[in-house]
Design a binder for this molecule. Structure first.
Ligand code: TYD
Ligand code: MG
Length: 456
């Protein structure tokens, strides 16, 4: 019986219990018992086996390390996020909202790779016929990709063993279940167990594997935040489903750089790479409007120009601060800095900020653009045409430099921007106030930046 093979382990103290309880009988913590596979004879050894191949102890200098060999997927933008391509035995987790295009992307990559390698596409969410239909729509009718519609882990592992694919897609990890556990597919225990077993199989057999994970409402990969440490690479597929642009972002990569992004556009013929994306996140206003400021953000190695919009409107007793694509806590902090150091008060106002086009901006270099957009909306006065800003703003009101400022400025100049407010350390050295046709205003403090903008 499957039931005998599972125990409930407390995530706080590690104590076990044969049944689920709300409160751990060992340490008294609530809600910490999680189902796991019982460690019977021979079990623990198997379970704690390293995911990498066993090797003798050696001096670091003596270990021969050839650079890992990468197989490009043929989708240049995906390869960029992956750090060049897929790696033998490397496991990639790709997370994203439902409907964003994960299955489409992977089917396209699978089809390209199938020209050179044996590819297995395991679908737990759609039937084989649905995958075939999608392939037709993408114009991949005569594809050699092997497809398996299955959700039981043991059968999938057996198929990997017999098919011997070099590249395998699991779509999605949340639909799989292992016979060893009684909990439902999608539960933390199932997701963790299935991912660990698949990872072990990938490493043992040298299969490059991609696990698809859905993001829950909270934004974490469903339960599967727990997977991020198991896999080698974590990619997020994001974007606004109402616009056609999608970003693939590397969050963790054992084989390459992180924060590198790939940009795609969703078309009726699937995803198309956008090789020159710097200006796609600018909205097109006929004339400058209040509350809008362009930011040059640096994602991995490429600069992107993104429009930050702010709307300040008189609020009620408890004014709201909402942000889309930017961190809300940081917004609250910036409003406090704006008030204390520049004397611009939004205390009784609702403040909304938005990064246009569904991009998510994590870097603090967005601060200055956010504050200038808010100030512009509050005053009801647009920033001049061709204006941009970047720089981090600290609690003391200082404007700190952003990494690789010259590159950001160069990109903006190339796109015809005219005026920039930037941190002093990012401005060109010497007396010159212009940079490749851009007029540069270097500032050290937020109040200085506000002064500069008022005078423009
Ligand atoms: P899908 O890959 O199924 O998303 P996920 O696997 O992340 O849930 O793609 C979802 C959307 O993409 C779907 O709503 C329709 C759209 N789409 C296109 O616009 N063009 C296409 O060629 C395809 C295949 C899908
Ligand atoms: Mg899908």
């Amino acid at each position: 019986m499957a039931r005998d093979k599972t125990v409930y382990t407390c995530s706080a103290c590690g104590g076990t219990n044969p049944k689920w309880l709300g409160k751990c009988p060992h340490c008294g913590e609530w809600n910490t018992l999680e189902e796991s596979v019982a460690e019977s004879a021979g079990g623990p050894r198997h379970r704690f086996q390293s995911l990498a191949k066993a090797q003798a102890v050696m001096t670091l200098a003596d270990i021969e390390a050839a650079d890992v060999e990468r197989q490009p997927t043929g989708l240049a933008e995906l390869d960029r996020a992956l750090g060049g391509g897929i790696v033998e035995g490397g496991v990639v987790l790709i997370g994203g909202d439902p409907g964003i295009g994960k299955s489409t992307l992977l089917l396209q990559a699978a089809e390209r790779l199938a020209q050179h390698l044996k590819v297995l596409y395991v679908t737990g969410e759609e039937s084989g016929a649905q995958v075939a239909l999608r392939a037709r729509r993408l114009g991949l009718a005569a594809s050699p990709v092997r497809v398996m519609a299955e959700i039981q882990l043991e059968r999938i592992l057996a198929a990997i063993e017999t098919e011997q694919p070099r590249f395998c897609v699991i779509d999605s990890i949340q639909t799989l279940f292992s016979d060893a556990l009684t909990s439902a597919p999608g539960s933390v225990a199932q997701v963790r167990e299935c991912a660990a077993q698949l990872t072990r199989a990938a490493k043992a057999q040298g299969v490059a594997m991609v696990l698809v994970g859905h993001v829950t409402k909270e934004g974490a990969l469903a339960g599967p935040r727990v997977l991020e440490h198991i896999v080698d690479t974590v990619l997020y597929f994001e974007g606004d489903t109402h616009s056609s642009f999608r970003l693939v972002r590397a969050i963790k990569n054992r084989f390459g750089a992180v924060n590198e992004i790939g940009v795609f556009a969703m078309t009726e013929k699937g995803l198309k790479g956008v090789s020159n994306p710097s200006a796609i996140f600018l909205s097109t206003h006929g004339a400058p409007v209040p509350g809008s400021c362009v930011l040059v953000t640096l994602e991995g190695t490429r600069p992107l120009l993104v429009e930050i919009q702010a709307l300040v409107d008189s609020g009620g007793a408890a004014p709201r601060r909402l942000s889309v694509g930017l961190d809300r806590d940081r917004l609250a902090m910036l409003l406090a800095v704006l008030h204390r150091h520049a004397g611009v008060a939004c205390m009784d106002q609702d403040v909304f900020v938005n990064a246009v086009g569904g991009v998510r901006i994590g870097e603090p270099a967005a601060d200055l653009a956010v504050l200038l957009a808010i100030q512009s909306s509050l005053r009801g006065k647009p920033l001049p045409r061709g204006f941009l800003a970047f720089g981090e703003v600290g609690l003391a009101g200082e404007v700190r430099p952003a990494p690789r400022g010259q590159e950001r400025l160069r990109e903006a100049a190339k796109l015809g921007f005219a005026v920039a407010v930037v941190p002093k350390a990012n401005a060109p050295k010497g007396e010159s106030r212009s940079f490749e046709g851009l007029t540069i205003h270097a500032v050290e403090r937020i109040e200085e930046a506000i002064e500069v903008v008022r005078a423009l």
